[in-house]
Design a protein around this ligand. Sequence first.
Ligand code: ADP
Ligand code: MG
Length: 421
Amino acid sequence: MQVMVTGMINNIFFIIFPIIIYQVFSTAGTRNYFVSHRIKLTIMFSISIVLCLLFPYQILAEEYIFDLRQVPMIVGALYGGFAVSATLFIVSAMVRILIGGDGMYIAIANLFLIALIVPFLRPLYMRINRLNKAVLVFVISIFSLLFNMLSGYIFFGHELHEMMGIWTMIILNQGVLIIVTALLIEHFGRQEMLLNTVMKHEKLETVSHFAASVSHELRNPLQSIKGFVQLLETKDYPREKQLEFYETILEEVEAAERLIDDYLLFAKPTYGEVEKIDVDSEIDQVLKVMNPFASWQNVDFHVDKSHTELIIKGDPRKFHQAIINILRNGIEAMPSGGVFRITTALVLGNIRIELKDEGVGMTKEQVKRIGEPYFSNKIKGTGLGMMVTYSIIRQMDGEIEIESELNKGTCFRLIFPAFYD
Ligand code: ADP
Ligand code: MG
């Protein structure tokens, strides 16, 4: 009795252990891992089958040896389909041939029938609920065992009524285990799905927050576009002037597009292409885009460029976004206009960009909190601009230093490692 229980527990272990290990090492959040990773499924169940075949156990009577190979065969065929069941059949048949013995042909015929028939039940199995799944695997298991039982009766003249006790035990034995196995896999599948839903929900929530703020941040370029269109409407400008306006309108539209892109990109974990960025020419472009907004607010840009070529590495469009967000804040901090000084320089092998406004400034507490998501002191602020900027600068291995004095102004200093070919 003790030998039997030990052997049975070994067999159970051979089947359950790979499933648990598999689950532990599976990537969290993958939808229904057991269904979609057929190669791993095949390897895992092959190991279970081989171990079951190699370490069978006795049931009650001395001469009756049994193992639980049918469990991974059936479950593998149900979750994996034809390819998996065919592979499992080949593996188990080979091992079974090596073991040899009287019952070899019956055993192989049995495995063959499982591999052939069970995958047809897969679509049904995938549709039904857990309770019905448990019933179905139990029924398949009974049929599979009845096949062996009848074959034994036909080919070896085993007395059916004498074997009843043993077969009942075997049926219950294997039946319970196959139900537990199926439920375990279903349980893990459910957990994966739950995790997936939670993750998707979180992402959706972030994205919807962003969507709300993007629409808000879009107002600036839209307003300036509106302004130009109104200008064009009220007066008959010479053709050249008109073209200039159209140019600026196009730039604003592109800026708006980029804004959307960058916010959406930001919601994605991936980082865009890394290119060489020529700091001075890139800042020129940004200033050109920002100029209409600045002059509308009576802000003048004073640019003091270094006379060397300053190259850093990063995604130029994101770099744009980072600078634009700083410039916009500076301009917004100067409600009655002023001078915005932008300096670029190479200092001690680092590239330094200073953006200094003459605006309202910040308190020490405000400076500390800057870059926190949704930290804003403006009535209609999003509190996302600086968060995006910080994240971009950090991705580029850069640093941000802020010096600010209330009612005097603020200086943003960006420091990047210089890039040399
Ligand atoms: P938002 O501009 O939508 O408020 P930001 O993340 O761009 O959000 O900025 C966060 C806060 O940091 C602003 O509300 C403002 O109080 C402060 N801030 C940022 N830049 C400046 C600046 N140049 N001068 C004064 N305050 C600033
Ligand atoms: Mg801002």
